[in-house]
Design a binder for this molecule. Sequence first.
Ligand code: 5AD
Ligand code: SF4
Length: 496
Amino acid sequence: MDENRVGMTTAQETAQAQQHEARDETVRKKVLIKSYGCQMNAYDATRMADLLAGQGYDETEAVDQADLVVLNTCHIREKAAEKVYSELGRLRVLKRERAEAGLETTIAVAGCVAQAEGAEILHRSPAVDLVVGPQSYHRLPAMLAQAAQHRRPVDTEFPVDDKFGALPRPQSRRIRARGHTAFVTVQEGCDKFCSFCVVPYTRGAEASRPPEKVLEEIRHLSEAGVREITLLGQNVNAYHGEAADGRLWSLARLLEAAASIEGVARLRYTTSHPRDMGDDLIAAHRDLPQLMPYLHLPVQSGSDAMLAAMNRKHDRALYLRLIDKVRAACPGIALSSDFIVGFPGESDADFNDTMRLVEEIGFAAAFSFKYSRRPGTPAATRAAQVEDDVASARLHALQALILAQQTAFNRATIGRTLAVLVEKPGRHPGQVTGKSPYLQPVHFDASPALVGDIVAVRIEGQIANSLSGRLIGHGAATHASGSRPAAVALASGGLP
Ligand code: 5AD
Ligand code: SF4
């Protein structure tokens, strides 16, 4: 209890609370954080929101009401980076309109475009008040104070201080408002230097958070009601966090420790590199019931010539061997990947190798992109750039194949009973929606009181990329990989 309240009557407490609120209302401001790109950006956006909440900012979705707009940007492909400047153009107009109404607006550019372009953004976009890279956003409060004095600060350092250690612990109330699934960044940066990719330049060298810090964050999330945690890293399976005793932990060890935290029903991790897919991690897919049967393992191409040109450090055979091992450890696992088509020098035969690889493996989902030249990366200056219409046709063919595989994967779950983590009320009254172990959205009729529970749902149909089903069990459902009969699944764990 607040010490000031000792000895107060309820009426006095109420009056004090009202005064606090009234004062808060006059001083509190509004922030809109617009996040682009990957899940790590989404995680950073939540950490920034938590930090700014302590600085007097409440979140809003209405851009014209925002006293502070943060664009948390993505630099991975040209289109993503271009979006930032068109958005800044719109914000400039808005800032002027608000100024005419006597309102100040601060515009911050964060994320990977901030990192890559730094002060250049201030020159190109006069409306921008501050630029903060992904490793520096814990310094936002001080930077906002500088921005208020029109000093237009830029911070794109890779500081030695611990960003996560400097960020406030999110309040339970704020965690609950975000639902029952959460991301936790465990690793940042990349040392692989694929020849097309900006990540090693924007996010820097590989660094892993200490396991104790990660586990403490997971414990805190779990205590606030989070049931599913996704461990994030640009190269998450290269995780090698140093524990207090000086030992290095692998991702498999971290997952095992996370699984033993009470309340953690489901674990996922993304994104992985084939070269770092260790046997212990593969074994975790067999041994850890909380680890969901889903693996996102980007291959980028099925052609050895392209893989070498991409500096991927693995070939087609290694990838196929890994997939065999993973499937042996976890039969029925949903596999996902990333592909790039139209990489410099890609011939029809190379592209054909990619199509054959996809046919051979059979993916549950996958992302595919046309190669985008990124200044400063080795592939950007290669002579044999592929014509855009050729790349478009390849992308179209690959996406059609992937969609057919995704549809087949989803169809194969019809008639099965899957454990579904109920995430939110559905679009129609009386309906809820959640995720299967394979990350498929599942809609079914049930009470919204089930949100946050894991229930057994019999899958009955497929609508585009989601499934529809019927609730058949509640009260003791689990992680259930879905590959086991429902009775076993329901008996093998328990809800608190
Ligand atoms: N062009 C197209 N796609 C890219 N990716 C990364 N860099 C590029 C690029 N220059 C894709 C890769 C990666 C995913 C996150 O984005 O497939 O796995
Ligand atoms: Fe980029 Fe390659 Fe590192 Fe992935 S592994 S972040 S594609 S350089």
